[in-house]
Design a binder for this molecule. Structure first.
Ligand SMILES: [Zn+2]
Length: 308
């Protein structure tokens, strides 16, 4: 797991290296109208960001591949772009490698997370560098991993944000993609907000969630990180319970988060189970599904909050 710590170290360094951003809207359940226009000096448009990512892949065909997966039902369609990084492209399907799945932009309004995805891909392809990065040791680790990056899980929701609905976190037809998974789906807490937390008509009713489930099951990652914004937090399962799972893998997750918190968050990050730390339980989340069903040994939700 030393390699995975190193990788996470770099991931968190990327967080820390972002220029001062003001997050348009915190990932809070209390929705206040915001009239702040999107600052185009800080955020790409979704079309531009996807274009930048595709041209990055085009410049590094030896290491990066990109695919666009589409799905739909009842007249609603969505598409998700997935970039795969492997130091030697021929070895992408080598199952002896350590596999990491990173997803960004599950909530439409959390624009900064997709910028982070672009930054990480630029660093992986050696177009950008971090100030204190030991590239040789990083390359040694990267030699043994395959990383799949989903830069913008909720493109339709993000389009609504870009059209002026700045507080929108749900997908293009009003479903919270982080409530649409099957673990404890549809349970309503006393403080349940039917607008913000609409779980859909059934588990996996949404094409975006269907696509993500398919990617996760076929890729079978060792690490999953669902990157959100609005808090300084490094969460592990569970979101739907007030506690963390039992056993050694859970202890390993906690140790890793503690170390990351010390090294990169000045111990400011909230760590622990999402449900136990954030102040409310969430049902039907992606990270709980990755842990309980896909059996990803290290399943996380990172909450990024950088204020300018
Ligand atoms: Zn979020």
């Amino acid at each position: 797991m030393g390699g995975s710590f190193l990788l996470f170290s770099y991931l968190l360094s990327v967080f820390a290296s972002l220029p001062s951003f003001t997050v348009v809207k915190a990932d809070s359940d209390l929705t206040r109208p915001s009239f702040t226009p999107i600052n185009r000096d800080l955020y790409h448009s979704s079309d531009d960001l996807i274009e930048q990512i595709k041209s990055l892949v085009h410049r590094h065909p030896d290491k990066l591949t990109v695919e666009t997966i589409k799905a739909g039902n009842k007249g609603y369609t969505s598409e998700i772009t997935v970039v795969t990084y492997c130091q030697s492209r021929k070895e992408t399907d080598d199952k002896s490698k350590f596999r990491i799945l990173l997803s960004f932009g599950q909530h439409g309004r959390e624009l900064i997370t997709s910028e982070l995805a672009l930054r990480i891909l630029s660093i992986l392809s050696e177009e950008q560098f971090l100030p204190k990065m030991d590239r040789a040791s990083l390359n040694g680790t990267l030699d043994n991993v395959v990383i799949k990056v989903v830069p913008m899980e909720n493109l339709n929701g993000r389009k609504l944000v870009e059209a002026g609905n700045l507080c929108e976190r749900r997908n293009g037809r009003g479903v919270d993609l982080n409530r649409n998974w099957s673990v404890d789906w549809g349970k309503k807490e006393k403080d349940y907000d039917p607008y913000e937390e609409n779980p859909g008509i059934a588990p996996f009713s949404e094409p975006e969630t269907q696509i993500m489930r398919k990617i996760a099951i076929s890729f079978d990652p060792h690490i999953w990180v669902n990157v959100h914004s609005g808090m300084e937090a490094l969460f592990m399962p569970y979101d739907h319970k007030n506690r963390t799972p039992d056993g050694l893998p859970s202890q390993r997750m906690r140790l890793l988060l503690e170390e990351l918190n010390n090294v990169h968050c000045h111990k400011r990050c909230m760590i622990g189970s999402g449900g136990g730390s954030v102040g409310y339980l969430a049902h039907g989340t992606a990270t709980d599904y990755m842990h309980d069903v896909v059996r990803v040994p290290m399943s996380f939700t990172f909450e990024l909050h950088v204020v300018g």
